[in-house]
Ligand binder design. Structure first.
Ligand SMILES: C[S@@+](CC[C@H](N)C(=O)[O-])C[C@H]1O[C@@H](n2cnc3c(N)ncnc32)[C@H](O)[C@@H]1O
Length: 277
């Protein structure tokens, strides 16, 4: 068996554990039958249960938000390529009903992707799209790795940056957005999650930061105005607040995102459409 995820890759197990928990409910917001076996193969995520207790219901709403984004982007919006950056133990390539001819590229660190592949093979899981794993460090020359994996910049692409940007320094985030923009043909879409400074500074987040520090997974960046920021990078964007998602899906608003409890602190969920250049 391959080495179980360590360091920052363990955060992927945390998110998969939240999806596995949602899978146990009849009124679940998505179907992810592979989440629980992946978490078991990864050696559970009980060491990160404090984080899941704090943000698990946000992870569930965000999963559905990005599922819906990918569904629209690859059907009505016509994107034939999807790039999931820092895909972790995301199983969308297996569980979403992709249009025939859709390619889904998953970028993450080599050890994590090796572990995931072996665990999925052991489960005899088959992707519902053309899935391409791209083992690469996103601080290095990932566009080249993506090209070598068959990515075509002439095709409209749906990008997904979920649970990633806060782990990168500001200059790496800016560089990432610049590179993504340069690879985005007309009609491309982007969706991402980020946080603002007030969220990073919440007293409730102190224990999370301490735990992430132990994993060498310190949060290093934030953004105050994602719509304006994405606009500077060539996207017409909008955010959706968790309260809106909670109402839409008949759930309670996650406490960690409730303005009554956290004031101006925000976990941003944003989507954008590529501007004509
Ligand atoms: C919180 S997890 C999110 C995983 C997935 N997007 C999800 O929401 O389930 C963060 C992921 O970022 C990956 N990651 C962190 N730094 C990275 C880097 N420099 N290059 C590639 N992947 C990275 C980790 O391996 C991990 O899988």
């Amino acid at each position: 068996m391959h080495r179980q995820p360590v360091g920052v890759a363990r955060t992927a197990v945390l998110i998969a554990a939240a999806r596995a928990n949602e899978q146990r409910h009849l009124d679940r917001l998505f179907d992810d039958p592979l989440a629980a076996p992946l978490v078991r193969a990864a050696g559970s995520a009980t060491d990160l249960s404090g984080v899941r207790n704090l943000a698990g219901d946000h992870f569930v709403l965000r999963t559905r938000y990005f599922d819906d984004y990918l569904s629209t982007a690859t059907t009505t919006a016509g994107c034939t390529q999807v790039v999931i950056m820092a895909s972790g133990l995301d199983t969308r390539a297996y569980r979403l009903p992709w249009r025939p001819g859709t390619s889904v590229f998953e970028i993450d660190l080599p050890d994590l992707l090796d572990f995931k592949q072996q665990a999925l093979d052991a489960l005899e899981a088959a992707p519902s799209c053309e899935r391409v794993a791209v083992a690469c460090d996103l601080r290095e020359d990932w566009p080249r790795a993506l090209f070598e994996a068959g990515f075509d910049p002439r095709k409209p692409t749906a990008w997904l940056l979920e649970g990633l940007l806060m782990f990168l320094p500001v200059d790496a985030v800016e560089q990432l957005l610049r590179l993504v923009g340069g690879l985005s043909a007309a009609g491309s879409r982007i969706a991402l999650e980020h946080v603002n400074r007030a969220f990073r500074d919440l007293p409730q987040m102190r224990a999370v930061h301490d735990r992430f520090d132990e994993l060498d997974a310190r949060w290093q960046s934030d953004v105050e105005n994602p719509v304006e920021w994405l606009g500077r990078h060539g996207w017409t964007a909008a955010t959706t607040h968790q309260s809106e998602l909670a109402t839409r899906h008949n759930r309670s608003i996650p406490a960690i995102t409730d303005p009554v409890k956290v004031g101006d602190a925000r976990i941003w969920l944003a989507q954008g459409v590529r501007n004509e250049m």
